[in-house]
Design a protein around this ligand. Structure first.
Ligand code: G1P
Length: 181
């Protein structure tokens, strides 16, 4: 992920920019990124979307080490990518929406390989954390992990049920498969 973002440096130039990981789908009244942009107006720096996950799931995510909370904003003193079981600093996982300072490209340029032998975006955010405000936003909305088959299936159902022209028929179909039907 870190290398992929670095590859886009010529498109971004010298402005803050957003990164969206498309396998994290978020169903929300106000889009998650818009919620973050609104919060970013008061924080600047680097910002990630965050939500609590089960403690045993933290090793699949980037994880925040929180240093304080104001409403839905969590200040992070550091972030760690895919911490080994039992070592996570919290259960606040990074979800795939980021607002990043353009200075991250210079950090990514020299970033060593991290978890999984890959150049990790989380490691670059962490390298900046002592000099750059770093926050997680506990966004409003439902997140679907479409990197998992079951998450992808659930996302299709949830988004279809949001659409008036599909809702009724989808409910009928789901009902026809229910155990009690
Ligand atoms: C990526 C990031 C990780 C983040 C996750 C969210 O991991 O590296 O920090 O928590 O997305 O979905 P991946 O799922 O690509 O392994």
């Amino acid at each position: 992920l870190g290398h992929a973002v670095w590859c886009a440096r010529h498109l971004i130039g010298d402005e803050p920019f957003a990164v969206l990981l498309p396998d994290d789908l978020i169903l929300a009244g106000t889009p998650c990124l818009k919620q973050m942009i609104d919060a970013y107006a008061t924080t600047g720096g680097n910002m990630v979307a965050t939500m609590e996950v089960a403690p045993e799931a933290t090793s699949s995510y980037g994880v925040l080490s929180p240093s304080g909370e104001t409403g839905k904003l969590v200040a992070a003193s550091s972030v760690v990518e895919k911490p080994k079981a039992g070592t996570a600093p919290s259960n606040l996982a990074i979800i795939g929406r980021y607002i990043l300072e353009p200075g991250i490209f210079d950090v990514l340029e020299n970033q060593e390989k991290g978890a999984g032998g890959e150049i990790q975006l989380t490691d670059a955010i962490n390298a900046m954390a002592s000099s750059t405000p770093t926050h997680g936003l506990r966004f409003d909305g439902q997140r679907f992990d479409c990197g998992q088959q079951i998450g992808f299936i659930e996302a299709n159902i949830a988004f279809a049920l949001e659409r008036p022209e599909l809702r009724e028929r989808v409910r009928e179909i789901l009902g026809s498969y229910s155990k009690n039907a």
